[in-house]
Design a protein around this ligand. Structure first.
Ligand code: PEP
Ligand code: MG
Length: 324
C-alpha cells in the first residue's frame, strides 16, 4: 500500500470523475518546505509565518523575511503559495512583543488585532511579501478577521505599501491575490459580504470549530464536543463555500478537517477548490480522492446536512467512506 501511494507523488489530485482539486501543504519551517516538495504538494495553502518570529530575540527584518518568502515562492513556479500574515497571540506568544496578560487569550488580542495596532510589524511583513511576489504566484492571507472594517483596513495598508514600492520602481507581480481566513463565526456567518472584499477564502477549521462549539481546541476533555463533525460546523462551512461560489472567489480549507478522510467527500460535494494539509497527509488524501465520484454526491450531501446529532452525521458519512 505504501509503495502504491508513493507513486501518487507525481500525479495531480483529481477525483474519479476527473475533477481537479488542489492538495497543497501547510508549512511553518524550511524543513516543512522540503517535505512539501518531496510529496508533490500542489502549492502551499498555508505558510504560518509566526514561526519566523518565534525562538529569537527580535523580529526578522524585511530583508530576512523577503529571502524566505522568495525561496518558497520560487519553489512552486506552477502553483499558488498562500502566505498568512503574523498570527500570534492565543497559544503562540512572542517574548519580545508586547502582549497583555489575558484571561482568555484565544478570545483576546491576537493575530490581525495585534497587527492593526502595531502596524509597523504588518507593514514590514507586507513589503517583504509584495517584493517577493515577483518570484512566484503569491496569495496573501489575513488571519482571525472578524469584522468587515478589519479586512478593509488591512487592504488599505497593503495598497499604501504597494504604492510606495511601485514609486520606487520595485518589480512586483501584477496578480497578487488578497484573501482571508474564515475561522471566526462572525466572518463565517457574514461570508457573503466578506466574499465581496477578497479574492479567496481559506476555512480554518481548527479555530472555527473551537469558536462555533465554544470548546478549547487543546482541551482533551472536550474531544466529543470539539469536532468538525458537529452539524453546526458542517452547515456553516457549506454556507461559506456557497457564499464563495456565489461571488466567484475560490475557497480552500487549511484546518485539520481538510485531511480527514471521512470528511473529504463532503468537502468535495460542497465544491471546495483547494485543501491544504500537513505534507504527511497529502498522498493518502490524493489516494482517497481518486476513489470519489463527485458527480454522485449531491443527494448524500443534502442528507448529511440535515443531520441533527453527531451520531447522525457519523452514520451518514459512513455511506461514502473510503477509509483504508
Ligand atoms: C485554523 O485555525 O484552522 C488554522 C489553519 O490556523 P491555525 O491552526 O494556525 O490556528
Ligand atoms: Mg487559526
Amino acid at each position: 500500500f505504501k509503495t502504491k501511494i508513493l507513486t501518487l507523488k507525481n500525479e495531480r489530485s483529481k477525483t474519479k470523475d476527473n475533477k481537479y482539486i488542489h492538495i497543497a501543504s501547510n508549512i511553518g519551517t524550511e524543513k516543512d518546505l522540503k517535505h512539501a516538495l518531496e510529496v508533490g504538494a500542489e502549492g502551499i495553502g498555508l505558510f504560518r509565518t509566526e514561526f519566523l518570529f518565534m525562538d529569537r530575540k527580535k523580529a526578522p527584518s524585511e530583508e530576512e523575511q523577503f529571502e524566505v518568502y522568495k525561496k518558497i515562492l520560487s519553489s512552486f513556479p506552477n502553483h499558488k503559495v498562500v502566505i498568512r500574515t503574523l498570527d500570534i497571540g492565543g497559544d503562540k506568544k512572542i517574548p519580545y512583543m508586547d502582549f497583555p496578560n489575558e484571561l482568555n487569550p484565544f478570545l483576546g488580542f491576537r493575530a490581525i488585532r495585534y497587527c492593526l495596532e502595531n502596524d509597523d510589524v504588518l507593514r514590514t511583513q507586507l513589503r517583504a511579501l509584495i517584493r517577493a511576489s515577483y518570484f512566484g504566484n503569491l496569495s496573501i492571507m489575513f488571519p482571525m478577521i472578524s469584522m468587515i472594517e478589519e479586512i478593509r483596513k488591512v487592504k488599505e495598508i497593503y495598497n499604501e505599501e504597494k504604492e510606495k514600492l511601485q514609486k520606487k520602481s520595485e518589480k512586483i507581480s501584477n496578480k497578487i491575490e488578497i484573501g482571508m481566513m474564515i475561522e471566526v463565526p462572525s466572518a463565517a456567518i457574514m461570508a457573503n459580504d466578506f466574499a465581496k472584499e477578497v479574492d479567496f477564502f481559506s476555512i480554518g477549521t481548527n479555530d472555527l470549530t473551537q469558536y462555533v462549539t465554544a470548546s478549547d481546541r487543546m482541551n482533551p476533555k472536550l474531544i466529543n464536543i470539539y469536532t468538525p463533525l458537529q452539524p453546526a460546523v458542517i452547515n456553516l462551512i457549506a454556507n461559506v463555500i456557497k457564499a464563495g461560489k456565489n461571488n466567484d472567489i475560490w475557497v480552500g480549507m487549511c484546518g485539520e478537517a481538510g485531511a480527514n478522510s471521512l470528511l473529504l467527500p463532503l468537502w468535495i460535494s460542497m465544491g471546495i477548490d483547494e485543501l491544504s494539509m500537513s505534507s504527511s497527509s497529502i498522498l493518502k488524501a490524493r489516494f482517497t480522492m481518486k476513489q470519489i465520484d463527485s458527480s454522485k454526491l449531491k443527494k448524500w450531501k443534502e442528507k448529511v446536512l440535515l443531520s441533527k446529532t453527531l451520531d447522525q452525521v457519523k452514520d451518514s458519512l459512513k455511506v461514502h467512506s473510503y477509509e483504508n
